[in-house]
Design a protein around this ligand. Structure first.
Ligand code: FMN
Length: 187
């Protein structure tokens, strides 16, 4: 698939067929992660591949944070079922000490954001669907997956073959709303 097609047609996919994800495709996705740029090329990421059904179900249970969802009126993360039902869940983690901090900007999040976009576009290019799940109980997830305290969990990615081809995603802002020429505009 052409890169721009992949960028344009990638959607958050939360329903998957039972069809397993081939190991070769998983490897291609992880290779795409591996090639991502990072702060000083430190590659602070750690990725956990989860296939055990019982573990995926527990991860799914941990995809809710009351203080985040209650004010929005959600009773569950929209991706909760996806985490339990996807053939594979990839847990994206970072070691912040292996990335940079400058002017209070913590670049491990940038490193992981780029690596995770590679993951999502590679999945799209291989005919797979995924969604970035950013709301979860990090402490209990750490316990479940034996993740040390110095490692941050950044995102969860259920991956599988999409039940249906989604067409349009939620609307995006027009370019005029966020692209400025020569200088920032506040009005
Ligand atoms: C950092 C981040 C966190 C997200 N967390 C969640 C989440 O917890 N649950 C969920 O269902 N979707 C989550 N999403 C998916 C977004 O809702 C989705 O990308 C956005 O609505 C645009 O839709 P699209 O991906 O189909 O283009 C997250 C996306 C990002 C980038």
């Amino acid at each position: 698939m052409d890169l721009f097609d992949a960028i344009k047609t990638r959607r958050s996919v939360r329903k998957y067929l039972d069809t397993p994800v081939e190991d070769e495709k998983l490897l291609q996705i992880l290779e795409a992660v591996r090639m991502a740029p990072s702060w000083a090329n430190f590659q602070c990421w750690k990725f956990i591949v989860v296939k055990e059904r019982a573990t995926k179900e527990k991860i799914s249970e941990l995809s809710y944070v009351e203080s985040f969802f209650s004010p929005l009126g959600y009773k569950a993360n929209p991706a909760k079922k996806a985490l339990a039902e996807a053939p594979v869940v990839i847990v994206a983690c970072a070691d912040p000490s292996k990335s940079g901090v400058l002017w209070d900007q913590h670049y491990y999040m940038t490193d992981l954001g780029i690596a995770c976009q590679n993951l999502m576009l590679a999945a799209r290019g291989l005919g797979l669907g995924t969604v970035f799940v950013g709301v979860f109980d990090e402490g209990r997830l750490r316990e479940l997956l034996s993740i040390p305290l110095n490692i941050r969990v950044v995102g969860l990615f259920p991956i599988g073959y999409p039940v249906e081809e989604k067409k349009d995603g939620p609307p995006r802002k027009e370019l005029e709303e966020f692209v400025f020429h020569e200088k920032y505009k506040t009005t």
